[in-house]
Design a protein around this ligand. Structure first.
Ligand SMILES: [Zn+2]
Length: 174
């Protein structure tokens, strides 16, 4: 399994050239090219990346706005994310179940719900292929330690803003 960081920026100002694109990951395994998340940075680059599947963590624009013109492959998202996304010209929509393994191109994904946004419920993904595993969580307000999602995982790749403390906003936040 080969993992490429297509982007690492959150919804913050661009501070450097190497940090300008929004968070997205490309997983390559045999012939599969699976992209996790797809912001507007990829709107006109999707055909160049040529993913064989796209998996979404949640519906916020910095994770899904690259799909406004559709997608050249199946797109996986939870039922809650499809509901938040509304109408998008995506022909092959697949519903990602929660806490149940789904095999996509030889890579096993398991969606774990996390606290992030009420309007755009988010998941992190436990990803396993070729005996390697990682947990990918680009946007979260509180690390999901209690859920046991990180147990047995080789590497955590994720949002660093909540590592030291919870950043949950209880009132008036989104
Ligand atoms: Zn978000």
């Amino acid at each position: 399994m080969k993992v490429t960081f297509l982007g690492t920026r959150a919804e913050i100002e661009i501070r450097s050239r190497r940090h300008r694109r929004h968070r997205a990951l490309l997983i390559e395994q045999d012939d599969a090219r699976i992209m996790i998340d797809c912001s507007s940075d990829w709107l006109h680059r999707l055909y160049a990346i040529a993913p064989t599947a796209i998996v979404l963590t949640h519906a916020h624009a910095d994770h899904a706005a690259g799909l406004f013109n559709g997608a050249p492959c199946p797109v996986y998202a939870t039922a809650a994310t499809w509901k938040s996304l509304g109408r998008l010209p995506i022909l092959d929509r697949r519903t990602m179940p929660l806490r149940r393994a789904v095999l996509i191109g030889g890579v096993r994904f398991s969606a774990v719900p996390v606290q992030h946004s009420i309007r755009a419920p988010a998941v992190g993904y436990s990803v396993l292929a070729s005996g390697c595993s990682f947990f990918y969580l680009p946007d979260v307000a509180e690390l999901p330690e209690a859920s046991g999602a990180l147990r047995g995982i080789d590497v955590y790749i994720g949002d660093g803003s909540a590592i030291g403390r919870s950043i949950v906003r209880r009132k008036g936040g989104e």
